[in-house]
Design a binder for this molecule. Structure first.
Ligand code: ADP
Ligand code: ZN
Length: 622
């Protein structure tokens, strides 16, 4: 068999995607290979296919148990022998798996990095032919990545002990320049073939919303996207509890996930989501690594994550099947404070020495700033992200909230001066709320306590709505004229640039959404109304007829039934994309069924006839 036959037979696809073939060929030539591709681009095939063509065993190093389980499950479903070795196995199961591995049963073995140098595993490795070590999520070797795992450093220790150095393949979806260099250095890749495909995920729609009432906005979004699968990320456990609780009260079928839950509950809730029993999960960032669910149609962020890497990774869990999906970030000023707290109060790895930790903290602050700017930029959001990862996109993508909004330039010098003047005259001691309230001439207890009603700027902007003042405040922060800093209690401070504005001739021009005298309620409502119908039209770039839609639902039901019998997630049986393709092709024979994208021989033998039966029974003429 050659690589094309394997692609068709086991995975059911006709052609390789961009970069896959280059990476596969490079590995097969015995050259170290480094693939940097966005989530959903198809990295796994790049090492799985060579693994099936090589004589010896391929070890896949992967950081997470759920990830391994999912991948091994998919391979087994496709008729490929694979196993995983990690701490989720009992000693008995582990010994059994290892003994089958010794007998050469598995061409592909997934292993946790901390297992590599254990006695039992090493003994197996020394007595077997290991042809390739594929390092998945390779950015975990780098301290500059956001997921540094010290156990990943064991990989080199392990490889050094082998009699013959295997080919090394490294794969990651998130890597800035520093991290890429680190990966090559630390894994000691020899003259590697490095292939980086664009980070762009053109099927994802990006949007930032600054709604006053985030909860209502999210609820409206769910209302308009019933039945669709999605993730709602929150910054803290408490927020997860709150959002999830309110949604349940409001009659939505949702579940929750965070590190404070028991292992059982976490597993159950995760499975409910993956197996499509519950469409929506509300979670902290503890959820998601290793979630391969391909039909996630939206990822909402109720709060801004700590950096662009994290945001793009989390948002990127939408639309892995390549179909249209939406990523909406609901921002509030409080998010910055929450994240500053995380940075200052050492989420940084405790294993690190003081010096390294302080360097990392400094970088974290810088990253947080760039993330905050994402929420304020009026440029193309996609472009902003791509530039962050060192790529140049076109400055207009047409599929993000900024590209879809018309902006005009407004002179906000007077407002800016009032803000700066107020901060200055009150001694740079107060947070944004006090400043804004003062300018509006509000009478709150805080204002009275601090005697801000005696401030020369008290009431200076009493005709202006709060959100407009806030917008200028945000703009001043984005352009470095103001800084909001402080531990726990955030204080507005001035920078040198603030002086320039106060000086004669100083001017502040800001881009503002046209005709948007009030905050626009885009995303949730306007796009939402089109809802899932519009989405399906976008799917596979085709419009399903009503009959085909009915068939699609029938096929989905059959898929769920099979998934239950086999105890695997539905998307592992067939992806949504494959089902849609089936609705279009309406195959009547084995041959026709095999022409459907995602249907390989092995899966055909297992389920093909049941799906053919379902299509026939639903009498859609071809
Ligand atoms: P990654 O690991 O890069 O996030 P995966 O390996 O999980 O991505 O692949 C994402 C999806 O794309 C999977 O559903 C996979 O089956 C599908 N896929 C991969 N390669 C191809 C291909 N050549 N043609 C069609 N679909 C593919
Ligand atoms: Zn854009």
């Amino acid at each position: 068999m050659d690589k094309y036959e394997i692609l068709k037979r086991y995975f059911g696809y006709d052609t390789f995607r961009e970069a896959q073939e280059i990476l596969i060929d490079s590995i097969l030539e015995g050259r170290d290979t480094f693939g940097i591709m966005p989530t959903g681009a198809g990295k796994s095939l790049c090492y799985q296919i060579p693994a099936l063509l090589m004589e010896g065993i391929t070890l896949v190093i992967s950081p997470l148990i759920s990830l391994m389980k999912d991948q091994v499950g998919s391979l087994n479903q496709a008729g490929i022998h694979a196993a995983y070795l990690n701490s989720s196995l009992t000693p008995g199961q582990y010994a059994k798996a290892l003994s089958l591995a010794r007998q050469g049963r598995y061409p592909i073995i997934y292993v946790a990095p901390e297992r590599l140098t254990t006695e039992g595993f090493l003994d197996f490795a020394l007595h077997s032919r290991i042809d390739m070590v594929a390092v998945d999520e390779a950015h975990c070797v780098s301290q500059w990545g956001q997921d540094f795992r010290p156990s990943y450093l064991k990989i080199m220790e392990f490889i050094r002990q082998l009699h013959k150095r295997p080919v090394i393949g490294a794969f990651t979806a998130t890597a800035t320049k520093e991290v890429r260099e680190d990966i090559v250095d630390i894994l000691q890749l020899q003259d590697p073939m490095v292939v980086a495909t664009g980070f762009d995920r053109s099927n994802l729609y990006f949007s930032v919303m600054k709604e006053k009432d985030r909860y209502s906005a999210i609820r409206a979004y769910l209302e308009a996207h019933k039945k669709e699968s999605g993730i709602i990320y929150c910054l803290t456990r408490r927020q997860v509890e709150e959002v999830c609780g309110r949604l349940i009260k409001d009659g939505f079928l949702v579940t929750r996930y965070h590190a404070g839950l028991s292992d059982e509950e976490r597993k159950k809730n995760q499975d409910d989501f993956i197996y499509d029993r519950v469409p929506v999960i509300v979670a902290t960032n503890a959820f998601g690594m290793g979630i391969d669910k391909s039909n996630v149609r939206f990822v909402l962020h109720c709060g801004m994550p700590k950096n662009i890497e994290a945001y793009y990774q989390e948002a990127g869990r939408a639309g892995r099947d390549g179909e249209g999906a939406e990523c909406i970030l609901y921002y509030s000023g409080q998010d910055v404070v929450t994240n500053q707290f995380f940075v200052e109060n050492g989420q940084a790895d405790q294993e690190l020495d003081v010096f390294t930790r302080s360097v990392i903290q400094e970088r974290d602050r810088e990253r947080l700033k760039k993330m905050t700017f994402y929420c304020f930029t009026t440029d193309c959001l996609r472009d902003y992200i791509l530039r962050y990862f060192g790529e140049y996109g076109s400055s207009y993508c047409g599929n993000c909230s900024n590209c879809l909004t018309q902006f005009e330039e407004v002179d906000v010098t007077e407002t800016a001066r009032a803000l700066i003047g107020c901060v200055k005259s009150s001694g740079q001691r107060y947070g944004t709320t006090v400043i804004v309230d003062t300018l509006r001439g509000a009478q709150t207890a805080k204002i009275n306590d601090r005697r801000m009603d005696e401030n020369p700027y008290y009431g200076a902007l009493d005709k202006m709505p709060v959100y407009k003042i806030r917008r200028v405040l945000d703009h001043l922060q984005l352009t470095g004229c103001l800084e909001v800093t402080g531990d726990g209690y955030a204080v507005v401070k001035l920078t040198e640039r603030a002086e320039e504005i106060m000086a004669d001739g100083g001017q502040v021009i800001m881009k503002a959404a046209k005709a948007a005298d009030k905050p626009k309620g885009d995303g949730a409502k306007s796009r939402g109304e089109k809802g899932s119908k519009a989405r399906k039209e976008k799917m596979a770039g085709v419009e399903l007829t009503e009959k085909e839609e009915t068939l699609f639902e029938k096929l989905r039901t059959l898929r769920t039934e099979i998934a239950r019998e086999e105890s695997v997630p539905p998307y592992i049986v067939f992806s949504d994309k494959t089902l849609i393709h089936m609705c279009l092709v309406k195959p009547r024979t084995r041959q026709e069924m095999l022409s459907v994208s995602g249907v390989g021989d092995f899966k055909y033998d297992k389920y093909g006839e049941r799906f053919l039966g379902c299509i026939e029974a639903n009498g859609v003429e071809g």
